[in-house]
Design a protein around this ligand. Structure first.
Ligand SMILES: Cc1cc2nc3c(=O)[nH]c(=O)nc-3n(C[C@H](O)[C@H](O)[C@H](O)COP(=O)(O)OP(=O)(O)OC[C@H]3O[C@@H](n4cnc5c(N)ncnc54)[C@H](O)[C@@H]3O)c2cc1C
Length: 503
């Protein structure tokens, strides 16, 4: 019988470590406070409509597939997916809106870019080449490895690699240096919001996100994103793992500098190892009770850190279908700089950018026949920064902005009247449902000072047998990245287990 591992949370990162460890011969059990697997990759079903609550854009499909392949399964049996073309449409708020179709076919994409003139086309190719070089350095030396001690980073080789990342520039500044066209700059830098940091502040390295979309495509999993969560939970259980749903963990039990197990609903459950997939700042402030076990992550330190933005999402059941609508549409604010500044300084946004996802355009089973399911997202401040309350007045303000913005897209003129069902997730709901600290949907903000070796790591340096995984830990947020975090976490634990021959 293998060593026993208890995992707090069945989010993507928790499932990723749990599957790897169960497959390697450990005996793994997950305690999840909610009723479903997936954490933020949650699903709402109502009156025949199906909505993904959090993630919707599948990037880097090979990372999604990896966890099934390692267990000897065919990923298509769990997460059948297809590539979208166009990947998405982008509108810029103008009179009328300026419109672009962003193709996943580089040949078609070049047509769009060349219409902007040779300087922009050249700049676009130079951007791809430059960022691809940096991406390979990041992949080989930063994203896929842990930083256990200072000497893992402070050595001549790693310092040289860090310089190659050229992270000192901001994402939007880097784009402006390659392409004079403002629309192209914005279309290729707003993606830092996918990980909760402004392109004005996010290191230019995060311009790898649009590169990944352009080179590897945006994909759709049949049945929506939640199929991935269900697929991973199924695989974990097939391998012999156990998930206890509706079981909130109240404490990580620690004595004499060693993790002993968990307290779940007041009852102690013992183990050899503990992994927390609950948001790292929440784990430190709520699940670890002893000051000495937190190390440098005291309450003051946790509160002084920078948090990612949050999201307001409306899930709308629509009483008709829309022939021309893309599965993913972004509408960019007239003044994107002001929009971004307000998200991160906490003011109410007067002219927000809007993201609309319509999964029923790709998979009609996501809505009743003749109807559509709409997911409408607005990036907003996290609860610690926001200067306004999340009440009906705020929600109405943003709902009205969303209607006003989307009604100018051809075919959506009567959007208000077409909504027959509404569900909402505010930052408060993300905080309550998934213990996202301050409702920051992407965890700690990936600023330069909170990335790589500066971000919380998988292995606790204070408590033997305790590990962390998830978006507030290295390498960061986003589904493929937290799947990687789960992998690093499982590998760190295996490295510490004397009976495991993993190197
Ligand atoms: C609105 C939104 C849109 C997004 N869009 C995308 C996208 O398009 N593409 C993309 O790649 N990423 C996207 N993301 C980011 C992505 O969803 C997250 O980075 C990722 O899912 C986080 O996984 P995780 O395992 O770190 O955390 P979580 O999903 O938060 O999992 C943590 C789990 O721990 C559980 N837990 C916490 N405390 C306890 C406790 N005390 N006891 C028991 N269980 C506990 C929680 O219930 C939860 O299930 C989006 C996120 C949001 C919110």
């Amino acid at each position: 019988m293998g060593k026993k591992v208890l995992v707090v949370g069945a989010g993507m990162a928790g499932l990723s470590s749990a599957i790897r460890l169960q497959h390697a011969g450990y005996e793994v059990e997950i305690y999840e406070q909610g009723p479903q697997p997936g954490g933020k990759m949650h699903q709402i079903q109502a009156e025949g409509f199906t909505f993904d609550v959090g993630p919707t854009l599948v990037m880097m499909p090979s990372i999604y597939q990896e966890v099934f392949a390692l267990a000897g399964r065919n990923p298509d049996d769990y997460i059948p997916m297809k590539k979208l073309d166009p990947m998405y449409e982008v509108y810029f708020k103008d009179e009328p809106y300026r419109h672009y179709e962003v193709s996943s076919d580089l040949t078609k994409l070049m047509e769009m870019v060349e219409k902007k003139g040779p300087e922009n086309a050249r700049g676009f190719l130079q951007y791809l080449s430059e960022i691809y070089t940096r991406y390979q350095v990041a992949l080989d030396h930063f994203i896929t490895r842990p930083f256990r001690s200072k000497k893992d980073i402070y050595n001549p080789f790693m310092m040289q690699q860090a310089l190659k990342l050229k992270t000192f520039d901001s994402a939007d500044h880097m784009m402006a240096s390659f392409m004079p066209d403002k629309d192209l700059q914005q279309m290729l830098s707003f993606q830092t919001l996918y990980i909760g940091v402004s392109p004005q502040k996010g290191p230019s390295l995060y311009n790898i996100i649009p590169m990944i979309e352009l080179l590897y495509g945006v994909w759709f999993i049949e049945g929506g994103m939640h199929t991935m969560a269900q697929g991973m939970a199924r695989l974990f259980e097939e391998l012999g793992g156990k998930i206890h749903y509706n079981h909130q963990v109240d404490e990580i039990l620690i004595a004499g500098g060693k993790a002993l197990g968990l307290s779940v609903k007041g009852k102690a459950v013992t183990s050899d190892y503990v992994i927390s997939n609950a948001d790292f700042p929440y784990t430190m402030t709520h699940l670890i009770k002893e000051d000495s076990a937190r190390g440098k992550y005291t309450k003051e330190k946790i509160d002084s850190m920078d948090y990612s933005c949050s999201c307001l999402v409306f899930y709308w059941g629509m009483d008709q279908t829309y022939e021309k609508l893309a599965p993913h549409t972004f509408v960019i604010s007239k003044d994107l700089d002001d929009n971004l500044t307000r998200i991160f300084d906490g003011r109410l946004i007067e002219d927000p950018s809007i993201y609309l996802h319509v999964p029923s355009q790709v998979d009609p089973s996501m809505a009743p026949e003749g109807k559509s399911s709409f997911y409408t997202l607005i990036s907003v401040s996290e609860l610690g920064t926001g200067t306004y309350e999340w009440n009906e007045k705020t929600i109405s303000h943003y709902r009205e902005k969303a209607f006003e913005t989307l009604s100018k897209i051809p075919g959506l003129e009567n959007i208000r009247e077409d909504v027959t069902l509404e569900r909402i997730f505010t930052p408060k709901d993300f905080e309550q449902s998934f213990s996202a600290y301050r409702g920051a949907t992407f965890g700690l903000q990936p600023t330069l000072r909170q990335s790589n070796h500066w971000r919380p790591q998988a292995k606790s340096m204070e408590v033997e047998g305790l590990y962390f995984t998830g978006s507030s830990t290295h390498p960061g947020a986003g589904v493929p990245i937290v799947l990687q975090s789960g992998k690093i976490c499982a590998e760190e634990l295996r490295r510490d287990e004397p009976g495991d021959d993993f190197k």
